[in-house]
Design a protein around this ligand. Structure first.
Ligand SMILES: O=C(O)CCC(=O)C(=O)O
Ligand SMILES: [Fe+2]
Length: 470
């Protein structure tokens, strides 16, 4: 999971904005969306209505000085490797998420020292009610599968599992969740922890799928882990049902050229080989806006997300490409996810949208339809269990992940802001060591090259489809 890229940007904007002004997280997010993730621009937007009355930012209040005060200067030989088309242009300006993540870990003076680990939400300011006019389009509540399909690259499927299986799986995962972890990573001189618990599962591993231990490690933001658990039997049962739903949807959809082509003779081209599970206990547990890292999923993945237990709202927000920033605004979509529903994030969702489970003022208590095996009474719960079934591509197996100068596997991110003809075709590998390792990483950055890195076959390959132009 990649839960902190937006959080990093929000925290960065807050650290640069005038601290006398209490900007809510929502305001900062809006400014970031409006500026397409450009931190300097977002700070400027936040300051704009008051710019005459307010003192100019001083000291470390520009992005460049902020970064240079915290990071080692880039050495000559640290300039990003040229792209395959000969350009060394970076996809973003200096203050984008990838580079902020890239730059943050370079701090030499960072010490956890006496600072205790804190909940992420205490580092980021909580949203305050605001009377200021909103610059973005009003959010849309999507309550039916047809509305979800109309407005987003997702589909919503209700009552997907037999009711008793959904209930049993909820109990199984709820019990397991007591040993799940809160992810921890470095953010501005301190270790923050995610406001929910998470766990990673591998499906019955065949020899070919080996290496998911390293992938599991990256689910926990680079922390060392032991071998991931295998799917419990109830999860396995649910997975087989979900695979059929996902493949039926795939057959109906237009496919993107960089999607995995799979085996054309396989009647189930999408097969989950790993799953990540999250537990949100109570209304305040959450996950911030992010798009999932593509390190092992590859470009244009399909992710099937099962919800069990109490209903929570899944929120999507489009990242507007730079060239459209002046012509249209981002919209936020809220999708309530009830018990036993499946939200499929289809290809392009990770490239175009960020998603989150926001904290809520209140939630309904979930009353299971069936008691636990061997019990007569049902007990209610305020927890939501989420299981995201994922297909980790063979051509993105851990042994093929480039390593950075810290000799740590890098992470793969899409260039969300520069989409060509509505499609993302640029991705880059960046250092991720800084999320752990006391926040120290390197500034490794490289454009992914599918051909040079011998990845595929993809839907758009000539090998797969001879009608595709070279
Ligand atoms: O709980 C959810 O529905 C979303 C979880 C999520 O975004 C993730 O695990 O990456
Ligand atoms: Fe996610």
């Amino acid at each position: 999971m990649d839960s902190h890229d937006t959080d990093v940007l929000v925290a960065l904007v807050l650290s640069l904005a005038d601290s006398a002004q209490d900007h809510s997280q929502e305001e900062v997010l809006n400014a970031l969306v409006q500026s397409n993730g450009d931190v300097n621009e977002a700070v400027r937007l936040l300051h704009r209505p008051h710019s005459k009355k307010r003192p100019q930012p001083t000291g470390t209040s520009t992005i460049s000085s902020w970064l240079s005060s915290r990071t080692k200067r880039r050495k000559e030989d640290d300039v990003p490797a040229p792209t395959t088309n000969g350009s060394s242009e970076q996809p973003h300006q200096e203050s984008t998420a990838a580079q902020v993540l890239d730059a943050l870990p370079q701090s030499t003076s960072r010490t956890a020292g006496d600072k205790p680990t804190v909940d992420l939400m205490t580092v980021l300011r909580q949203p305050q009610p605001s009377n200021k006019p909103k610059r973005n389009l009003p959010p849309l509540l999507l309550t039916t599968p047809s509305l979800v399909k109309e407005h987003t690259p997702c589909t919503l499927h209700l009552s997907v599992l037999p009711p008793e299986l959904a209930c049993d799986l909820f109990y199984t995962m709820l019990d397991a969740s007591s040993s799940w972890q809160r992810n921890k990573w470095w953010l501005f001189d301190r270790v923050v922890e995610s406001p929910h618990r998470t766990s990673f599962y591998a499906r019955n591993l065949s020899a070919e799928d080996d290496g998911w231990e390293e992938a599991a490690q990256y689910w926990y933001n680079g922390r060392q882990t032991s071998k991931p658990d295998v799917f419990p039997p109830k999860m396995e049962e649910a997975c087989s049902i979900i695979e059929k739903i996902v493949n039926a949807e795939l057959r109906k959809r237009e496919r993107f050229p960089l999607e995995w082509a799979g085996d054309p003779n396989d009647e189930l081209p999408w097969r989950a080989n790993v799953a990540a599970s999250n537990c949100y206990a109570g209304s305040k547990e959450s996950v911030g806006f992010h798009s999932d890292q593509l390190t092992y999923l590859g470009p244009y993945p399909t992710i099937a997300s099962l919800s069990l237990g109490t209903r929570r709202t899944f929120t999507l927000r489009e990242v507007i490409p730079s060239e459209e920033a002046d012509s249209r605004k981002a919209q936020t979509f809220h999708i309530p996810l009830p018990h036993n529903s499946l939200a499929i994030m289809h290809a392009s969702c990770q490239e175009k949208f960020k998603h989150s489970i926001p904290p809520q003022q209140a939630i309904d208590i979930y009353r299971p339809q069936f008691p636990r095996p061997g019990q007569e009474q049902v007990s209610t719960s305020n927890c939501r269990i989420n299981i995201t079934f994922r297909f980790y591509r063979p051509d993105f197996r851990p042994s093929k992940t480039p390593r950075c100068k810290c000799d740590v596997p890098t992470i793969l991110r899409p260039d969300m802001k520069n989409r060509m003809n509505g499609k993302t075709d640029r991705y880059w590998w960046t250092c991720y060591a800084g999320a752990q390792n006391d926040g120290n990483g390197c500034n490794f950055w490289r454009v992914m090259d599918m051909k040079l890195e011998e990845r595929g076959p993809c839907i758009g390959d000539q090998r797969v489809n001879p009608l595709v132009e070279a």
